[in-house]
Design a protein around this ligand. Structure first.
Ligand code: HEM
Length: 149
């Protein structure tokens, strides 16, 4: 066992509760953003609605998406050091998937910046399909974290 294992003591359950609460906020925003993109795509570039969607997406990014991912990572890493899970298979799987989910998060921000510039690189159908990705990932992450197969 490493020196830092168990450093959270009785606070660990509070950190875990905080982790799960911010996971809910993060997932909600990850589901909302591509939905917003689909509605956004339906507005002509430069229209009033276009500007309104840019503003909504910007707010979702600044108020929920970005703060939530930072807090989920901080609490998650605290839990990982506390439990000293670094050599456990379920944790390797979870880490890989949360890294992919963070990559998806980054891609969403990049896509938002393109929409803001008036670009519409993907079709609506593609966006709908992409929206399935975070749900499947979240389901596997939860099974890995809870069942620890
Ligand atoms: C972003 C990086 C993340 C890290 C480093 C991380 C790390 C951890 C660790 C180490 C635990 C175990 C706490 C313990 O019982 O000792 C945990 C619990 C949990 N994590 Fe994460 N996590 C992350 C993201 C996520 C995400 C994105 C989800 C869901 C989509 C998630 C869902 C959960 C759940 C549901 C638990 C509670 C499991 C239980 O004990 O019943 N985590 N996390």
């Amino acid at each position: 066992m490493a020196d830092w294992a168990g450093f959270l003591g009785a606070t660990m359950l509070w950190v875990k509760a905080g982790h799960v609460i911010f996971v809910i906020f993060l997932m909600a925003a990850l589901f909302m953003m591509p939905r917003f993109f689909i509605y956004h795509h339906q507005c002509p570039v430069g229209s009033d609605e276009d500007r309104k969607w840019i503003e909504r997406e910007d707010r979702l990014r600044k108020i929920i998406l970005n703060p939530a991912i930072v807090i989920v990572w901080i609490f998650g890493l605290m839990l990982a050091f506390n439990g000293d899970y670094w050599r456990e298979g379920w944790f390797h799987g979870k880490l890989l998937l949360v890294l992919l989910l963070s990559g998806y998060h980054g891609w969403l921000i990049g896509y938002f910046k393109k929409l803001r510039k008036g670009e519409r690189p993907l079709s609506e159908k593609r966006l709908r399909l992409l929206n399935e990705v975070p749900g499947v990932m979240a389901a596997i992450i939860v099974v890995l974290a809870v069942v620890r197969p």
